[in-house]
Design a protein around this ligand. Sequence first.
Ligand code: NAP
Length: 176
Amino acid sequence: MTRGFYIGRFQPYHRGHHRVIEQIAAEVDELVVGIGSADQSHTLDNPFTAGERMVMITKCLADLDLVTYVVPIEDINRNSVWVSHVQAMSPTFDVAYSNNPLVIRLFEESNIDVHQSPMFEREQLEGTTIRDRMRQDEDWRELLPDPVVATIEEINGITRIQHVADTDKSGRADPE
Ligand code: NAP
């Protein structure tokens, strides 16, 4: 039995992430999806809470023929102990999946096997592009799996992103 670990911020979880997981599913029996920067929310780069991202991802994974676990992982101040922190929060795993150079280095220094996972249609399926489109409320739905669109609508996520964009620009909450 092989269990993999795939970490990302998933702000939001998009069709590119889902394609990566479908590909990983062919290589493992079980997969832990780590929600990175779980302590972050309500900013332009990290608009969604860990709980909201758990809902988005759990619903998207429901149709896959794969045992999955979705685990929030908060950031910590010391990179040197981050892998131990991940291991404390996650079911044990045999292989990690990432393309982030820092994440790859930290896992390799802890003697954990790391596989790289190429993203798809990167010109469109990229978190920053999607958050920009959401801020302008333009053509963002087509880039996200249906359960993610439904979750964002349920929590009024577009209004939130537009408000935090105002906050980030002025350094204080928009009084409206
Ligand atoms: P990230 O900062 O969320 O993403 C970095 C970039 O890589 C983004 O543009 C992301 O695109 C892209 N990306 C994500 N998955 C990819 C893939 N399979 N192929 C190509 N590009 C991909 O970093 P992350 O690697 O996704 O997540 C790492 C998490 O671990 C972060 O939350 C980070 O804070 C955390 N971490 C914490 C510590 C610490 O606390 N000391 C140390 C190391 C890492 P999208 O925006 O489209 O996803």
